[in-house]
Design a protein around this ligand. Structure first.
Ligand SMILES: [Zn+2]
Length: 304
């Protein structure tokens, strides 16, 4: 299969209906994220932390991709609180992901899987809020959490990030898992075994960073949840590059891999009928706000 094609659908191909959820807002400082700083942008912008609720067409199973902010900043390790205050404030969280799920008419205990793209504070939510879900993470996410606060008081990652006894850890170097190449991505894992959803190893931003690629129709449409592989569309379009802030460095710990990952997303975008969605997708959020929250749960993002 070439880098520019995705697997064809099977007969009666299951797929996902997808909806966005907003679970908090944070401040993005342009000098931390983008270089050059586009003149149209102010020194900072407020962006949502988006999660995506997915409903399987055949089984009705609900899967959540990312889980946004915790409701209160004191639920984070002290070092995370300090980082948030220093670089990402103001933060405002009126609802968390579980509130949004319930607001749309679904009990959070009906969510069976929560996929966490990476261990950052604006993606992990609170696992006690989805009591019946299996958490699915990359190995790097698990390792950051397991070695985190309070055992390591200097860690911004909490050992309470992932629920004990209901976490599945996916290691891209584990040969016993059936990782395959899908489109431009070397490590993709067929999550349900029916070709409806693929976990995509997406290195660069933080160890363990994963994306999700799902079908959105029976006949060859897709959505790709790119999480923090790209924080702003200007990076995808090439009108800006990752900043290297003198105090913060690059927000992508492995910048070379992160640059390669953006190139792969651009390859993916050449495949017909693929919708790419970002965790901090400001245009998606603004458009929804102007259009009666179209695409936000319980409404759906239409398939391409
Ligand atoms: Zn992040």
């Amino acid at each position: 299969m070439s880098n520019n094609s995705l697997p064809p659908p099977q007969s009666d191909q299951p797929f996902f209906e997808i909806s966005a959820l907003e679970a908090g807002f944070m401040t993005f400082r342009t000098d931390i994220f983008l270089e050059p700083q586009p003149p149209s942008l102010s020194p900072s912008w407020e962006g949502p932390s988006l999660c995506f609720l997915l409903r399987h067409s055949a089984t009705g199973e609900y899967i959540l991709f990312d889980s946004g902010f915790r409701k209160s900043m004191d639920q984070y390790p002290p070092v995370a609180q300090a980082l948030i205050q220093k670089f990402f404030a103001p933060v405002r969280v009126s609802h968390d992901a579980a509130d949004r799920v319930a607001e749309g008419g679904l009990s959070p205990s009906n969510v069976s899987k929560v996929i966490i793209s990476h261990a950052h504070f604006d993606h992990i939510g609170n696992s006690s809020r989805f009591p019946a879900a299996t958490y699915i993470v990359g190995k790097g996410t698990h390792d950051l959490a397991a070695s985190g606060y309070p055992t390591n008081p200097d860690s911004p990652y909490g050992q309470d990030t992932l629920p004990t006894g209901r976490t599945r850890v996916l290691d891209p170097s584990d040969a016993s898992l059936s990782w395959t190449q899908i489109g431009p991505f070397e490590h993709a894992l067929d999550l349900l075994g029916d070709g409806s959803a693929y976990i995509i190893d997406s290195p660069g931003h933080l160890p363990g960073h994963i994306n999700l690629l799902v079908r959105t129709s029976t006949d060859g449409a897709w959505a790709h949840f790119a999480a923090d592989s790209v924080h702003d569309w200007s990076l995808f379009h090439g009108t800006s590059v990752f900043a290297a802030h003198p105090d913060v460095g690059c927000v992508h710990l492995d910048k070379e891999s992160a640059v390669r990952q953006v190139a792969k997303l651009r390859e993916l975008a050449k495949v017909p009928r693929v919708r790419i969605l970002l965790a901090h997708d400001v245009p998606l959020w603004k458009k929804a706000r102007e259009n009666d929250w179209d695409g936000f749960w319980p409404k759906k993002i239409p398939s391409l």
